[in-house]
Design a protein around this ligand. Structure first.
Ligand code: GLU
Length: 302
């Protein structure tokens, strides 16, 4: 199988050093293996995406000599695929409607009987308020629109763990991941998850937003499969989210790529760069006369 990587930016701000590092690592990995490098525009958050950022990021990538194959995939063109996956999960009663606001979730998580509120990959772990309200069976009915749909992680974990692992310790599973690429700490290992860990440390994540038929987790899994991605190269900040993605791949019968989580580029205070870090925008370095090679040096790739 041809090694295929991708870069999947959201056009919500300028491309900065952290993005450049991710794109260069994935591109270099594909080129070193004689593989393919693809681009995907993750534009599901229409309130924050802007065409000007997309034009700028394509220009910055070209300037960095990061060349993608074919036309970029665009998430806003993929609603049909997201809707059919949601239909299938709904029919299997693996997702349920949730009417809770952020404030409701914070209040429920702070209730005295709940103990300390736990944080998962998407913020506070959902306390299950609406899951406890659904009346089964409901999968034969129409899937509701205009309301958030959450994954029933307890059910999902049971299916995805039991289905794949046999023998002693059958409730744990491992995802092989490869951290040996350039610019990482050189670790190789497994992501280990248990059913209990999925329920308690991740919980019922949102798979469809109130205003959009999908969520980051659902879209990324479907898109990586549709693009035939064999190696996902992305930052360590998404390490926990990968567990959700593997559960979804197992529920939807999709292959699990090899994951490579790279170190994060940080500012002088040690904080991870964010979209608002215009000070480290590639366009700013370009305007100051930096070369693509200078950018590679800055992120430790030379
Ligand atoms: N769109 C995500 C971001 O800009 C990247 C997601 C991924 O690589 O899986 O942070």
């Amino acid at each position: 199988m041809t090694l295929t990587t991708r870069f999947a930016p959201s056009p919500t701000g300028p491309l900065h050093l952290g993005h450049a590092y991710s794109a260069l690592l994935a591109y270099d990995m594909a080129m070193a293996a004689g593989g393919r490098f693809l681009l995907r525009i993750e534009d599901i958050d229409q309130t924050r995406c802007h065409p000007k950022w997309e034009i700028q990021l394509l220009d910055d990538l070209n300037w960095l000599s990061v060349h993608w194959e074919g036309a970029p995939m665009r998430q806003s063109d993929r609603l049909g695929a997201y809707r059919s996956a949601l239909d299938s999960l709904w029919q299997r009663e693996l997702i349920y409607p949730c009417h809770c606001t952020r404030r409701d979730i914070a209040a429920a998580a702070a209730a005295p009987q709940e103990g300390a509120a736990l944080l998962g990959p998407d913020g506070l772990i959902y306390p299950g308020t609406c899951r406890n309200r659904v009346i089964k069976p409901y999968g034969d009915g129409p899937r509701p629109e205009g309301v958030a749909l959450r994954l029933n992680m307890s059910l999902a974990a049971a299916i995805s763990c039991d289905h794949h692992v046999t023998g002693p310790g059958a409730t744990d599973w491992h995802i092989g991941f490869d951290e040996t690429g350039a610019g990482t700490d050189g670790e190789t290992g497994d992501i280990t998850m248990s059913r209990d860990g999925l329920e308690k440390e991740i919980g019922d994540v949102v798979l469809s937003r109130r205003d959009f038929p999908g969520s980051y987790h659902l879209s990324v899994v479907l898109d990586d499969a549709a693009q035939g991605i064999t190696h996902v190269v992305r930052g360590q900040d998404l390490f926990e989210a990968t567990k959700i993605h593997v559960v979804l791949q197992r529920l939807l019968g999709l292959p699990t790529p090899t994951y490579h989580h790279h170190r994060l580029i940080r500012d002088d205070q040690g904080k991870r760069l964010a979209k608002r870090d215009d000070a480290r925008a590639i366009s700013k370095y370009r305007a100051e006369g930096a070369s693509p090679q200078d950018i590679r040096k800055m992120v430790g790739l030379v």
